[in-house]
Design a protein around this ligand. Structure first.
Ligand code: NAG
Ligand code: NAG
Ligand code: NAG
Ligand code: NAG
Ligand code: NAG
Ligand code: NAG
Ligand code: NAG
Ligand code: NAG
Ligand code: NAG
Ligand code: NAG
Ligand code: NAG
Ligand code: NAG
Length: 593
């Protein structure tokens, strides 16, 4: 009897111990927020914790180490470094069995940290209340530079140049230094196309800090939106992990006013042991889980789909076309849009496209060539009033895209895709300071003989780039002086048909200018300071693939063109040159009108 009683007591005790342990376990791994004084809080979970002050969060404890050290820490700011948000209060605004949602409030809006039990890191998002009209808005980490010696973007991986190499070099422009051996150090090397980004961050042998954007609809701009991602802070040496959620680094401007509750994120800020393979696995998990079902925001959860098929007016499918869903009745280019939510995709080989998980609302759908079999297409498509409804598929059916007939083409150099695709030096990496200065000053391209790769990606130096071409147009007629001869090679043929010159620039940073001459007659210009050509921050920041796109058109009087197979000459004569500032070529096309 005694033994049995003891047995039951022991059993009860064991169950009790397990129960207490379970509670303890739960409480320890739970996210927490503690207020220390009127402007200091400490929060995190049992894996990491952080001390938040009025502007900056420091002392990021993870694996028994402070990852911020002497660096600035975490903050949110707009318009460059001028305005760091000041947090006036903090609270746990939601919690569940396995997470807490902590809100820090500033007068401009709320920054949230959603901390799951056992998660190394947090989901973060910002809800607008009163942000001013702005170009740059970012969240960032400035971390300990010994713990995080390396950086990784989708296009670059390696050591962040140490501060000592900056100190030993000569500053030559905005955040750019020339080393003693003539190479350049610049933070802009660590940029990328935001919508091509899987994950990025800074890392060392023991720890990595990463941003993983599961969805990207809160970023401004289109497929060609580029941003600075990480860098070495050139004054303090901090390892910087930047989250440009509204940025202008490669643009002329992108100034937006935001409605109440415009929300950036949630994205995942993720800590691990420095393993890129582990971060890449986590990306798959986040992409699958996006849009996040746990994010209890009615407008975030209200989403639908859009599909359709793009067919060119000449009957071809718009194979591989770039498709963008953005502002309805837009008043800026696709790249410059930023007040709402933006979706990007590419059509398939029959011109069909589908975009899922679009926030409900009214959109303007745009499409333009991404090269390939429709590389000749210089026009773009805009369809306004595309209404996306909750849990529904908006089928736009067949969208007819007006194009000029391919038969009208006299010549074309390059593929219309708003990028420098195919031209010399346009790769292999999309960013390199000063590469534009490696393009020749003088260049001659002979239509029918030269390959696309003979033309260089950007022009900047004093000199002339020439396109030699001929035309056998049936609408050419002989001029009076040619009527005495029957042989085209010795005759004076003059066309009577007018033409149009299309100059598609993938980017333009003012400082250099050119005259455009056809058979020595000036027919146009690429001019600094022109209202048609606002300057963007692309070529001098090392962009070699794209910047701000411009399509220029110049009329060509018929009597300027020689027909009958005779040689014509189109010159881009640089009249003014500024080092590293010029234009990126997309395509040049001459067509009959
Ligand atoms: C404690 O938490 C860990 C990780 O969440 C879990 O695997 C374990 O079962 C928990 N232990 C108890 C006693 O609940
Ligand atoms: C934060 O983490 C450090 C290191 O693990 C630990 O010593 C400290 O107690 C934690 N702070 C809180 C409030 O949990
Ligand atoms: C935050 O406070 C600092 C110091 O008072 C101030 O200089 C700064 O302008 C404030 N930030 C904003 C966005 O107002
Ligand atoms: C880290 O920062 C310190 C302090 O600014 C600086 O002295 C040091 O050179 C930096 N280290 C690297 C690798 O840049
Ligand atoms: C040039 O100098 C920089 C900075 O000291 C160094 O990192 C780089 O490896 C050098 N490059 C060459 C080609 O010598
Ligand atoms: C913004 O969100 C708050 C809280 O959910 C809500 O009360 C308010 O109506 C929203 N405002 C707009 C303009 O959507
Ligand atoms: C880091 O973590 C990954 C998986 O999370 C593991 O495979 C790898 O061995 C770890 N690396 C080190 C250096 O601990
Ligand atoms: C474009 O339209 C928006 C919304 O109506 C407006 O706020 C903005 O000022 C306009 N921008 C330009 C450049 O006209
Ligand atoms: C496309 O071309 C047709 C025929 O030239 C014209 O009627 C129509 O307005 C054009 N559509 C657009 C969107 O420009
Ligand atoms: C480019 O051509 C012009 C005219 O022939 C010549 O004066 C100039 O020296 C050339 N520039 C270079 C760098 O070869
Ligand atoms: C073309 O005409 C011009 C002037 O009319 C004349 O000078 C020139 O020699 C002619 N060229 C040929 C190839 O006939
Ligand atoms: C350049 O061309 C534009 C037309 O694209 C014209 O308006 C402008 O006057 C020209 N400027 C110069 C300096 O020739």
């Amino acid at each position: 009897m005694v033994n049995l009683k003891t047995f039951f007591v022991c059993l009860h005790l064991l169950v009790l111990i397990q129960w207490v342990k379970a509670i303890e376990n739960g409480t320890q791994s739970k996210g927490f927020l503690k207020q220390l004084d009127s402007s200091t809080w400490i929060f995190g979970n049992d894996i990491w914790n952080l001390t938040q002050g009025r502007q900056y969060a420091t002392k990021l404890w993870y694996k028994e180490k402070d990852l911020v050290g002497k660096a600035v820490g975490h903050y949110v700011s707009y318009n460059g470094a001028q305005s760091d948000l000041n947090w006036t209060s903090a609270a746990i605004v939601d919690s569940g069995s396995d997470f807490v949602n902590i809100r820090f409030t500033a007068k401009e809006g709320d920054f949230h940290w959603v901390i799951y039990d056992g998660l190394a890191g947090a989901y973060q998002y910002f809800v607008n209340h009163a942000l001013p009209t702005l170009g740059e808005f970012r969240t960032l980490w400035r971390l300990d530079n010994e713990t995080f010696p390396n950086g990784r973007t989708s296009v670059r991986d390696g050591q962040l140049p140490p501060l000592s190499s900056y100190v030993a070099s000569t500053k030559v422009q905005d955040e750019t230094w020339e080393t003693a051996n003539g190479t350049f150090l610049t933070k802009y090397d660590w940029s990328n196309f935001v919508r091509d980004t899987d994950f990025y961050g800074v890392y060392g042998d023991e720890v990595g800090s990463w941003y993983i954007p599961g969805g990207k609809d809160y970023y401004n701009g289109n497929h060609l939106k580029q941003e600075l991602m990480i860098h070495r802070e050139s004054q303090t040496g901090d390892a910087v992990q930047l989250n440009m959620i509204h940025g202008t680094h490669y643009q002329a401007s992108s100034s937006d006013t935001f409605g109440a509750n415009k929300t950036w994120g949630p994205w995942l800020w993720y800590l691990n042991n420095g393993s890129k393979a582990d971060a890449a696995l986590r990306v798959q998990q986040e992409v699958r889980a996006w849009p996040y079902s746990w994010f209890k925001d009615a407008s975030y959860q209200s989403r639908g789909s859009v599909r359709g098929r793009l067919v060119l007016s000449d009957g071809r499918p718009a194979a591989g076309a770039t498709v963008f869903l953005g502002d309805n009745h837009p008043n800026t280019t696709a790249l410059d849009q930023g007040r709402g939510y933006y979706y990007t995709t590419y059509a398939d080989e029959i011109g069909a496209f589908r975009i899922d998980d679009v926030r409900t609302g009214s959109y303007g759908l745009q499409a333009w060539s991404n090269g390939g079999s429709i590389a000749d297409v210089s026009t773009s498509l805009l369809r306004n009033d595309v209404v996306v409804s909750r849990s529904a598929v908006t089928n736009l059916q067949t969208l007819r895209w007006n194009v000029t007939s391919e038969d009208n083409t006299i010549f074309r150099v390059g593929a219309f895709d708003r990028k420098t695709t195919g031209f010399a030096l346009s790769g292999p990496t999309p960013f390199e300071h000063g590469r534009i200065a490696k393009c020749p000053a003088n260049l001659t391209f002979v239509v029918g003989r030269s390959e696309t790769g003979h033309w260089c990606f950007g022009q900047e130096a004093l000199g002339t780039w020439t396109i030699i071409f001929s035309t056998n147009s049936s609408s050419t007629s002989t001029s009076a002086s040619a009527s005495t001869s029957t042989s085209p090679s010795t005759s004076n043929f003059t066309t009577t048909r007018a033409a149009k010159l299309l100059i598609s620039l993938a980017g333009f940073a003012s400082g250099s200018s050119a005259d455009i001459l056809l058979n020595s007659h000036k027919i146009g210009n690429i001019t600094s300071g022109s209202a048609l050509l606002p300057s963007s921050q692309d070529t001098y920041r090392g962009a070699t693939r794209a910047g701000e796109w411009h399509l220029l058109e110049f009329g060509v009087e018929g009597d300027l063109l020689r027909g009958g197979g005779e040689e014509n000459r189109l010159d881009f004569r640089v009249t003014k040159s500024t080092l590293w500032r010029g234009w990126l070529w997309d395509a040049v096309k001459l067509e009959w009108v």
